[in-house]
Design a protein around this ligand. Sequence first.
Ligand code: MV4
Length: 507
Amino acid sequence: MFRKVLVANRGEIALRIIRACRELGIRTVAVYSDPDAMAPHVREADEAVHIGAAPSTESYLRGERIIDAARQTGAEAIHPGYGFLAEREWFSKAVRDAGLIFIGPPPEAIAAMGSKTAARQLAVRAGVPVVPGTSEPLRDADEARKLAATFGYPVLLKAAAGGGGKGMRVVAREDDLSGALDAARREARNAFGDDAVYIEKYLAGPRHVEIQIIADQHGTVLSLGERECSVQRRHQKMIEEAPSVAVTPELRRRMGATAVEAARAAGYVNAGTCEFLLDRDGRFYFLEMNTRLQVEHPVTELVTGIDIVQWQLRIAAGERLPFRQEDIAPNGWAIECRITSEDPAHGFLPSTGRIRYLRIPGGPGVRWDGGIGIGSEVGLHYDPMLAKLIVWAPTRDAAITRMHRALLELTIDGVATSRDFHLRVMEDAEFRRGDIDIQWLERRLDSLTRVPPPPEGATIAAIAAMLLAERDRRAPAISTSASGPSGAAVDESGWLHAARRDGLRAG
Ligand code: MV4
């Protein structure tokens, strides 16, 4: 096993990786930018190396500085986390060329899945179902029109270099096709420096279900089952769960086997995720593969009992996976809420400020993967995700109730957060029935972000939350969204109020 690993990330995922390293007896090196000098990931690591200024282009995206930091500190391997350098083929290759180990897939596998048209070709060759469409870039509007006529409107134009929803255009009718193609090309060129666009039939109202896979260097590729990720807004996931209410054991087996085939076809090693659309008739279509550890990996860990980050490290060190596919089945239910510094009451506007008070939920079945502490400065340089609140319970109903209880325990004072939005979702009848698809949240956003009156038959916990929210509105002195003067000392009256409210909530 490695003696020392460099963690090329910040926030909650850096802490998650440091924890996995500790449990495996591996020393850790953090890297940090100017504003992160006192950040939790720096404090928790055994060593830390400064790599530059606040903008990520001056720090967390500086591959050469990060590789230098690994050399200087004697780290043998680099874990990229997610975002930043995690899916840059050149970085995976540069780490390898420096004689270090990249804790993730080989550059060839990143490249194979990086181009969405290449990924489609690979999927088709491997017998993996894809949405009707092309796997070659479109030549012109004429070709697009001919193709659209074969599978019918609406169609979707996608950037070949895209992914994650960037550079997509839905086209409802032929008259709009030519203009939409021009617009998609322009957007793709601006965003990716590549104006290649391809076309697919547009599926309305599917679920987004993804399969976690894990592959060792000795040819074992396993599915760790699905995650339901339909609750998203503008391609940002807000809530994820495992398993999915829409997936039967038989469908899980078929989707898992399909994801394993796609991973094998790409020569995949380490942890990865195949994204699928799942329609109401149980048909599934491969979309793309994420060649990294994902934000939502904890829900899979909680239902499978497999520590994905530890296994990433062990696989990179050459160990064999000791599990058999037949032995992997989800146990109970896990839900994750992404706690972001965005204000749901104001269109999820990013909020900035200093964390003046923080009460972290606990108790049975509750996990907090956080990257902030009291005193943390939340700015606009990095992702607004502050932490993930994850719960496990024997059933989906019990997990929702537990998440609601845990959210009531959570207090973050100093920035506006998504907490209240998550409370409203946990109280929502459609969500509780599992009646969700990828358009569900945008459809319900208005009703979820204004505080509703207590519904018939609401749980005590739900009503309590509403009464507290109501009281908070009338007594603005107890504020959860005050953005205090940045750099100022802790505002005593603010946190005292927050602390008192905690006492009331716990009662
Ligand atoms: C689609 C689709 C409907 N039909 N493709 C969005 C992100 C990227 N991974 C692919 N995406 C979609 N591709 C066809 N042919 C709908 C989406 C989509 C989506 C997919 C997963 C999760 C959330 C989504 C939100 C909007 C659209």
